[in-house]
Design a protein around this ligand. Structure first.
Ligand code: BGC
Length: 766
């Protein structure tokens, strides 16, 4: 039962409703539909009523107060594409609404086994007529273009008429909130309806974006069923203004019901040429198969998903459902083709405008690489397809060589207007390189490295060489960059960035050696104009990379000025002043030792071998005191590193903050969308943290510890096409090879060989 999440409501509450729109959204990586009420809300009530297509965008001006040289002056933004979720229900002459009549019960459900959401309401009209309303919504994983709503009404204590008005409205705008820098400040109307017509019983709207000139199409089709499943009449009025209006009604007996099935189908010109042909073709297939076919397919898809990435916590039901929720949301958010990626808020809302950040590669991709490497490959393919734009971006910033991936984007161009904590975050280059390397280490997919990975490693390395310089002591330095911590910007030798760049440079050389060994050097050198001298220069820079160390404190300073700044007085900062970014000018924040999120601490997870354990421990304790975790990308990292440093209780406490962030709305902004990076981080906190999984060049290893409140936990992972199951309880670790003939693994530093069908069991260590 831990894969079902429900919330019950007593009466309509604006804030709660806004939050539920996120928690109960439906998405399949192609379309995302907010869980807004079918019947809508009263005018003036805050709501983000949106439907989105991953990778579908328009270009809007980026206002810069002072337009300095090569500043970004436009950005891509995700659009709300249509409202096809609206359905009004009239119960014997009275309009159903949560603010009128009497709401006897209202429950919302996310069923992660079936891949659907539900609303179950018992409502009494002002004249005492009671109905039960059951609404099921799905965005299909089998037919990515399909969003369906099934709306069933049962007359509980009367016989009478149930009428539906179902609409198709392609004339929509985006949500905005000028008070929050994480949202668009102006409401957008960038989609113009070019054609809106009826085709038989369906309405079809074709819209075009104002600047990118992309087109998208939405089709709506309604069917009404009587209790015996016979079809009833649905009237489609001519398109009036910008609304396609369907009316249908049934007379039901006491205890009887009627059911409206609304199908919405979407297509876009990023992926298809003949948009109306595509939606009509999909509709034909869907009607032929019937909706039940898609429900079954959805359940099967979910069952395969949960089997592949099985993750169970024994002894903590709440945590178990929080973790399942996070994994489910990652599946909903991830593109299923290489035209798009995973937005910071997935497809659940407009926060961060549908942009892709380093969140995907650093926090989310590790989950897919270990459970569904093909999906990771697709996401990497998407990044690879943007490499030429990353080269253009590098030129804009003055680099003669290499590629610089943008801080936030949809198609690959930089969409960050505030370069200080945007474009200056050069570490994204190494984060993307790291994801390619991690994918290779986990899968041994050399073909993909030959096709794409090597080029990414080369171009990112070239950028480091162009950016960096040697100081008078012969150290290789990276100056004026912003590390992961956005409360400290434009610094020299950010520890994380330097360590990440070092890894990037070393791996460019190593991957070249591997490809050379496999006989591909000639081809690769020609394609990428690689010379021996260039590779030598990478090796030298990596070897001389400055990784700061402060011998007085025995820690790694975050950058070369960090420790000279005064400490921010966190203890006496009023609670209501968090997150600090909403209460203090950035310049003020930059002048203190205060961190928004894990920075140096993150490097201890990703580049663990750079420092001895005692340095990492002292640094962890130092940064812990000055980190606010105002970014959702933080507590998960502290949890992983605490686990690795043997701080069991801390690891669990940070993990708890991360696991429940969206379900409990602890950052108070889940209403604008989920935090996908944190969700991936929560997975890593279990697998890489508690289980101590390391996937390195020389093999895989486990060093588990079990949170005191758990009886145990288990998960599966795919390593070099071998499926491995790990079960940890208070006494022992059991590892089983489910697919593949044999595999070596280290458990608590000792090497074991797994053979299919046999379990390897090792005693837990303290
Ligand atoms: C974080 C970034 C992150 C972005 C999108 C910001 O608040 O500081 O690290 O990439 O959110 O999730």
């Amino acid at each position: 039962m831990n894969k079902i999440i429900t919330k019950s409501y007593t009466q309509f509450n604006e804030e709660e409703n806004f939050l539920s729109e996120t928690l109960f959204h439906n998405a399949n990586g192609y379309i995302g539909v907010r869980g807004s009420l079918e019947e809508g809300v009263k005018n003036g009530v805050d709501t983000m009523r949106g439907t989105y297509i991953n990778g579908f965008y328009d270009i809007i001006p980026m206002k810069q107060a002072e337009m300095l040289c090569n500043f970004v002056d436009k950005k891509e933004t995700m659009l709300n594409v249509a409202d096809t979720m609206s359905i009004s229900c009239i119960v014997d002459g009275e309009l159903f609404d949560l603010n009128s009549g009497k709401v006897i019960s209202h429950k919302r459900t996310l069923d992660m086994e079936k891949g659907i959401t539900k609303r179950d309401i018992v409502w009494e009209s002002s004249t005492g007529k009671q109905v039960e309303i059951n609404v099921t919504r799905m965005t299909s994983f089998e037919m990515l273009s399909l969003f369906s709503i099934e709306y069933k009404v049962t007359a509980l204590n009367f016989s009478g008429d149930i009428k539906f008005i179902s609409t198709h409205n392609p004339d929509v705008t985006n949500y905005s909130n000028p008070k929050d820098p994480r949202l668009a400040s102006e409401s957008l109307k960038n989609l113009e309806v070019k054609d809106f017509y009826l085709d038989g019983k369906s309405s079809i709207a074709i819209s075009e974006t104002s600047v990118s000139k992309l087109r998208m199409c939405s089709l709506v089709h309604n069917s009404l069923y009587a209790e015996d499943n016979s079809l009833l009449k649905v009237e489609v009025s001519d398109i009036i203004g910008m609304q396609g209006v369907y009316t249908a009604g049934a007379t039901v007996k006491k205890g009887g019901s009627t059911r409206l099935v609304k199908l919405s189908i979407f297509a876009d010109s990023v992926r298809s040429k003949d948009l109306s042909g595509k939606v009509l073709g999909d509709l034909e297939t869907i009607l032929e198969n019937g909706l039940d076919h898609y429900y079954k397919a959805q359940e099967k898809y979910m069952s395969d998903f949960w089997t592949n990435c099985e993750m169970e916590i024994d002894g903590d039901l709440d945590m178990n459902s929080a973790v399942s929720f996070n994994m489910y949301e990652l599946l909903q958010s991830s593109a299923k083709d290489s035209f798009a990626s995973i937005a910071a808020k997935g497809m659940s809302g407009e926060g961060y405008e549908g942009h892709y950040f380093w969140d995907t590669e650093t926090f989310i991709m590790p989950f897919f690489t270990l459970t569904n490497p093909d999906l990771s490959k697709m996401l990497l393919r998407y990044r690879y397809s943007t490499l030429s734009k990353a080269k253009e971006n590098a030129r804009l910033l003055g680099h003669k060589n290499g590629a610089l991936f943008p801080w936030r984007t949809i198609t690959g161009r930089e969409c960050s207007g505030y370069f200080v904590s945007g474009s200056a975050a050069y570490h994204i280059n190494a984060d993307i390189a790291y994801a390619f390397i991690n994918y290779y280490i986990t899968t041994s997919d050399l073909d993909f490295m030959r096709e794409a990975g090597m080029e990414v490693l080369m171009e990112t390395s070239r950028l480091w060489m162009d950016l960096g310089c040697y100081d008078s002591n012969g150290n290789f330095c990276l100056n004026v960059v912003t590390g992961p911590d956005e409360y400290t910007c434009m610094v020299n030798n950010n520890y994380y960035t330097n360590a990440a760049a070092k890894y990037n440079l070393n791996w460019a050389v190593k991957m070249h050696d591997i490809l050379k060994e496999a006989g591909f050097a000639g081809e690769i050198d020609k394609k990428l104009s690689i010379t021996e001298d260039e590779l030598k220069s990478f090796k030298k820079a990596a070897g001389k990379m400055l990784l700061l160390y402060d011998s007085k404190l025995g820690i790694n300073p975050q950058d070369d000025s960090f420790l000279n700044k005064p400490l921010w007085d966190l203890e006496n900062t009023p609670k209501e002043n968090f997150p600090l970014l909403l209460h203090y000018h950035p310049l003020h924040l930059y002048r203190y030792q205060v961190c928004k999120q894990a920075d140096t601490v993150l490097s201890y997870f990703m580049f663990e071998n750079e420092q001895p354990r005692d340095v990492m421990k002292r640094s962890f304790e130092y940064y812990e005191k000055i980190t606010t975790h105002d970014s959702s990308l933080s507590t998960c990292v502290f949890s992983i590193v605490a686990s690795r440093l043997g701080m069991k209780e801390k690891a669990y406490s940070y993990f708890g903050d991360s696991a429940k962030l969206d379900l409990m709305n602890t950052h108070n902004n889940t209403k604008h969308g989920i935090h996908t990076a944190n969700m991936g981080g929560c997975y890593m906190a279990i697998v890489n943290g508690f289980a101590g999984l390391r996937v390195l060049e020389d093999g895989i290893s486990l060093a588990p510890s079990l949170p005191d409140s758990w009886n145990g936990f288990r998960f599966k992972l795919v390593y070099k096409k071998k499926l491995i199951k790990v079960t940890i309880d208070k006494e022992k670790v059991t590892v089983e090879l489910l697919e593949g003939s044999s595999q070596n693994i280290k458990i608590f530093s000792k090497e074991y060989t797994l053979t299919k069908g046999e379990k390897t069991t090792v005693k837990m260590e303290d």
